[in-house]
Design a protein around this ligand. Structure first.
Ligand code: ADP
Length: 178
């Protein structure tokens, strides 16, 4: 467990669909109509109610975020955000990934949510280098906490041991243990 300005920052190795946080974040694509990886897992676990809401929303630009209920999952909401497809690092990928984290947190604030769980956005099929993506994620979260102080806990849910250990190392370096 880490702490930054009174906000808990936790890391968990596991499946984000099982999280009981107020919101879980989905690494969606621009259509919001479902896909593989964490997106597929969320739609499978949450059931058809999520897809129905996503159809009505009608898509989401890269770096922005949209919200639905969480269907059959234990969390209350799903915040769907779209990370960038990583090409060569010169296509604004870093800013877009940062925006995905920051805008998800902004939306959670609008809904008065206190706990939010993030997957490692863009690091699966979208190919973003994991260590760089981790640093961007942490920077987005810390900047949001600098700007707003109503969130209580941010949880990074990592699907592999390796990514968990990477987050642990980088959080140790940037924040240190609480
Ligand atoms: P993207 O298209 O944004 O790269 P992916 O779903 O392919 O999205 O991968 C994003 C990250 O989510 C990857 O690190 C992948 O290992 C992880 N992931 C896949 N399934 C789950 C899950 N059920 N819970 C948490 N993380 C997951």
């Amino acid at each position: 467990m880490y702490e930054y300005k009174g906000v808990k920052i936790s890391i968990v190795e596991g499946d984000i669909t099982k999280m009981e946080s107020d919101a879980i974040v989905n690494a969606a694509n621009n259509t919001l109509l479902g896909g593989g990886g964490v997106d597929g897992a969320i739609h499978r676990a949450g059931g058809p109610a999520i897809l129905e809401q996503c159809k009505k929303i009608g898509g989401c630009p890269t770096g922005e975020a949209r919200i639905t209920t969480a269907g059959n999952m234990p969390s209350k909401y799903v915040i769907h955000t779209v990370g960038p497809i990583y090409k060569d690092g010169k296509q604004n990928e870093e800013q877009l990934l940062y925006n995905a984290y920051y805008n998800s947190l902004k939306l959670s604030k609008e809904y008065n949510l206190k706990t939010i769980a993030f997957p490692s956005i863009s690091t699966g099929v979208y190919g973003y280098p994991k260590d760089e993506a981790c640093k961007v994620a942490i920077r987005g979260v810390m900047d949001f906490i600098d700007d707003e102080n109503e969130i209580e806990e941010v949880i990074f849910v990592l699907f592999s041991r390796d990514n968990y250990l990477l987050y642990e190392k980088i959080l140790d370096d940037i924040i240190g243990r609480g």
